[in-house]
Design a protein around this ligand. Structure first.
Ligand code: 5GP
Ligand code: MN
Length: 336
């Protein structure tokens, strides 16, 4: 299912406006890349812009152009509320239902201006007035590139190209997930031509580990379990594991992919205990046709894409593991 009101959105942007761009809770490369990339474009076009995210984002994204101007709702709530209430237009990028904005949810629901959504997740809600939704897209960054390109491809400068390249790279697992198309590669090539320093972006995101984050990966691999009759592997990280490795935001990003990298494994999960939030954060990944978006919606109150989804659990780690082990038995046909 897709919806494309890009013409109407360009019309809306013909007059200078106050615009707030919002990314989702626990912002990833695509959320930060798409909000910053579009914000820089809109700024060039004469608008007043402000990027707001619900909570802090990983260090490996902080070097992006204008990342220092992002307002973090959790720590600057009054300022952020003021920007939202005062805006003419609100862009929500890389998420499709307001609850994905965590604490910002309430301010989004109270907003009375024009709401625009650009997103590639499954089952979009009807929150926004104008929508570009396409679940076949690799990333919201790729969609933002097409959106800008449909008006003026020359507007994409080095800074915009850098932000958008980063989000495409992270959301496609460096161009390897099945959502990566020939068009994705063409867009990436054009972004490099427009100045995106591709090797440097890769290094700044993937080769800036702290020793402690690698030690956490070591623990995760020690904790990996395999359910061989269901071609499933999963990893558990307790609060104790995180504390022992001086956990910082972003340290667990991508660890679930090690479980999926096992031969014959088609379904992988990671369960991360977050005692201060009173929940277990879950990431689900699959190869082939096994739909983790549906699985998460059915059992772990989340969603996402067919091959990558998130979810949560508010029972204990051990109970969550038991629940997971019991429900996957019902998917024997799909998993084997
Ligand atoms: P991650 O496991 O990295 O948190 O999320 C994987 C993908 O699923 C990302 O695209 C993320 O935005 C999306 N996602 C994570 N949690 C949720 C959720 O609760 N609902 C929906 N609709 N998408 C989610
Ligand atoms: Mn995305």
């Amino acid at each position: 299912m897709s919806k494309n009101q890009q013409k109407e959105i360009h019309q809306l942007l013909e007059k200078p406006a106050k615009i707030v761009l919002v990314g989702h809770q626990n912002p990833d490369g695509d959320a930060i890349g798409s909000t910053l990339g579009l914000a820089i474009y809109l700024q060039q076009d004469g608008h007043q812009v402000q990027v707001i995210v619900p909570n802090d984002f990983p260090q490996f994204l902080k070097w992006l152009p204008q990342a220092e101007n992002i307002l973090i709702y959790e720590s600057k709530t009054d300022d952020a509320k003021h920007f939202i209430a005062d805006a003419d237009i609100l862009f929500i990028l890389d998420f499709n239902a307001t609850h994905r904005a965590g604490q910002v949810n309430e301010a989004l629901n109270d907003f009375r201006g024009i709401k625009v959504m650009i997103d590639h997740h499954q089952q979009p809600s009807d929150y926004a007035d104008l929508v570009i939704s396409d679940t076949s897209m690799s990333s919201t960054c790729e969609m933002v590139y097409h959106f800008i390109g449909s008006k003026n491809p020359n507007a994409v400068n080095r800074d915009i190209a850098t932000c958008l390249y980063l989000g495409i790279m992270t959301d496609t697992g460096s161009f390897k997930f099945s959502i990566t198309t020939s068009t994705t590669h063409r867009v990436a090539a054009q972004l490099i031509e427009k100045g995106a320093p591709n090797t440097k972006i890769h290094q700044l995101v993937y080769d800036t580990n702290r020793l402690e984050s690698l030690k956490l990966l070591g623990r995760a691999l020690q904790n990996l379990k395999i359910v061989s009759h269901l071609n499933t592997a999963y990893i558990i990280l307790s609060q104790e594991d995180l504390d022992a490795c001086n956990y910082q935001k972003g340290d667990t990003e991508g660890i679930v992919n090690y479980a999926l990298s096992l031969q014959d494994v088609v379904f992988a999960a990671i369960f991360i205990e977050r005692k201060n939030e009173g929940l277990i954060k879950i990431s689900l990944r699959s190869k082939s046709d096994f739909d983790v978006n549906l699985f998460s919606r059915n059992h772990f109150g989340g969603g996402g894409h067919k091959n990558a989804a998130g979810g949560k659990s508010d029972i204990s780690l051990i109970e969550t593991e038991c629940h997971f082990l019991s429900v996957i038995e019902d998917y024997k046909n799909e998993l084997t």
